[in-house]
Design a protein around this ligand. Structure first.
Ligand SMILES: *Cc1c(COP(=O)(O)O)cnc(C)c1O
Length: 524
């Protein structure tokens, strides 16, 4: 193993008890400090200098602006450097391992990007005549076919734009189905304690009341408690599988049968399909609706590099209520069905999730990924994701408490707790010290069922060498937490900023720059 700093962390600056002098610039070698753009370029200067044309005739009358607009004036190189320096302060999947659990931060293959940039895909407009976008519709239809086949379900709605948006789509279909049956009074959605936070939020947003179902000692849904709560007021259940403890819900089939017998529907949160794709078909487990995150399982970029895409697969009984539009092949022609008709299979559609058809760029990337792996390759994806997570789990369970280690192998993510740390040390100290080690921290304090949880999802795209480096770093930091190393409490020491008040920053963000004098006057 290529260990980075096996001997442990060494202080370097005076603040850390070391002897390196602070630099004149505040920069730390190639780690550059960067002020705000307003602090670099004053609003009284301009990045370009063009003399006013001699023939200028002002036609604005009294509407001409009299005060300067207040934008910072920077030259082109200053502007380019500002944004390039800022971009270097970002951590990204192209830079290193991103162990965030429940996020599946896997590599985004460059082939996907190449295909998405083909002008025939990149430049299409949703209002173009259908005859001119046959190729794009074929991509949507082929991807839809793969998703339906891989999940063993009946149909798919392609338009939802994220996992949470897909949950809403599935729950709205369940609501429409209940109303059609004259059972709109079923208002309770059961959600296990170990569910992703978006599940209860979605159910509440759609007008249902949410009731928790406890987890059993080995981290899975307490099936007996769930069955006991079923009844004529229950609309359905939302179950994450594999769940957020990184475990497969082995009883899902039994649960589905019980829920159906009691008149409810089964929503499965399939964001973690990565761990079972090619191995398990949710349709065989009695699932009625499930979203798939293309930005997780099928390697399209997340967030800033996104946008996301969360298609929802439906069982036969929910298909009539699925949203519009959908792509259909008629002869050798692809059509976009925009309105429900009594004869078609979306006869009771609840409506639309989006104005148009969904995230075309993500469809192209996901289909590229699927075709470049093939059916056998996708199965390998799941197996390797599970193998990598178990490698992390078993490599660290002597220094980190692994609460479900006795429940058998994990799925795509390994979960640890803060048990065994010295008094006063917590998960955040370990996460912050990982930044010093050059890694993005793992997911912390989630799921809530584990005290001081650390959820690590390496994904299948990491090599053994990278995993070994990460394991070495986490082992070293965990040993410091067990030993009560005080320097851990103020980590990170090498990042541009140390411990920020993240709650304050999120709740009261300062979004408007104020000139220092104005700010000083305002404060008086
Ligand atoms: C990521 C995730 C979601 C939410 O997906 P978004 O695309 O971020 O809205 C929901 N459930 C689980 C289990 C997830 O991992």
């Amino acid at each position: 193993m290529t260990a980075i700093n096996q001997s442990g962390w060494r202080p370097t600056t005076p603040a850390q008890g070391g002897n390196a002098a602070p630099t004149f610039t505040g920069n730390k070698a190639l780690m550059l400090e960067e002020p705000l753009i307003f602090e670099i370029g004053g609003s009284e200067t301009s990045g370009v200098e063009i003399a006013p044309p001699a023939t200028n005739v002002n036609r604005l009358g009294g509407l001409a602006r009299s005060a300067p607009i207040g934008l910072p004036g920077l030259s082109e190189p200053e502007t380019v450097r500002h944004y390039t320096r800022l971009s270097r302060q970002n951590y990204a999947i192209d830079l290193g391992l991103f162990p965030l659990g429940s996020c599946t931060m896997k590599h985004n293959p460059r082939l996907n990007e190449k295909m998405a940039r083909l002008p025939g895909f990149a430049d299409v407009h949703p209002l173009q005549p259908i005859d001119t976008v046959q190729g794009a519709l074929e991509v949507i239809q082929q991807l839809a076919h793969w998703l339906v086949t891989l999940t063993g379900m009946h149909s798919v709605a392609m338009s939802p734009k994220a996992g949470a948006h897909g949950e809403l789509c599935g729950i709205l279909a369940i609501k429409a189905a209940l109303e059609k049956r004259g059972e709109g009074h079923r208002k309770v959605i059961l959600v296990p304690e170990s569910a992703h936070g978006t599940n209860p939020a979605t159910a509440a947003f759609a007008g249902f009341s949410v009731e928790d179902i406890p987890a059993d000692a080995d981290g899975r849904v307490d099936t007996a408690a769930l069955k006991a709560r079923l009844g004529p007021d229950v609309a359905g259940v939302m179950i994450t599988n594999p769940n957020t403890c990184g475990l497969f819900e082995r009883d899902l089939k039994t649960i589905s049968e019980a829920v159906h017998a009691a008149g409810g529907y089964v929503y499965c949160d399939g964001a973690n399909f990565n761990a079972i794709v090619g191995r398990v078909r949710p349709g065989d487990l009695g699932v009625d609706a499930m979203h798939i995150n293309l930005h997780k399982t099928f390697s399209t970029p997340h967030g800033g590099g996104g946008p996301g895409s969360g298609p929802v697969v439906f069982s036969e009984r929910l298909t009539p209520f699925a949203p519009l539009p959908f792509v259909e092949k008629q002869g050798d022609h692809f059509v976009l069905v925009e309105e429900e008709t009594a004869q078609d299979h979306h006869a009771d559609s609840f409506g639309r999730m989006t104005a148009f058809h969904g995230q075309m760029g993500m469809f192209t990337r996901a289909l590229t990924y699927i075709l470049s792996h093939g059916a056998d390759g996708l199965r390998q994806v799941a197996e390797d994701a599970v193998l990598n997570a178990n490698y992390v789990l078993r490599s660290l369970d002597d220094v980190l408490d692994a609460p479900f280690a006795a429940s058998g192998p994990c799925m795509h993510e390994a979960i640890f707790s803060d048990r065994g740390f010295a008094e006063g040390f917590s998960t955040i100290d370990v996460a912050k010290a990982l930044i010093d080690e050059g890694f993005h921290p793992m997911t912390m304090y989630f799921p809530l069922v584990v005290h001081g949880a650390m959820l690590v999802e390496p994904t299948e795209t990491e090599s053994k060498a990278t995993l070994d480096q990460f394991i070495g770093a986490l082992r070293s930091v965990a040993e410091r937490a067990r030993a009560g190393d005080e320097t851990l409490r103020t980590a990170p020491h090498f990042a541009p900023r140390s411990r920020l008040d993240e709650t304050l920053a999120a709740r009261k963000p300062k979004l408007v720059w104020q000139e220092p004098e104005t700010a000083a006057v305002a404060a008086e």
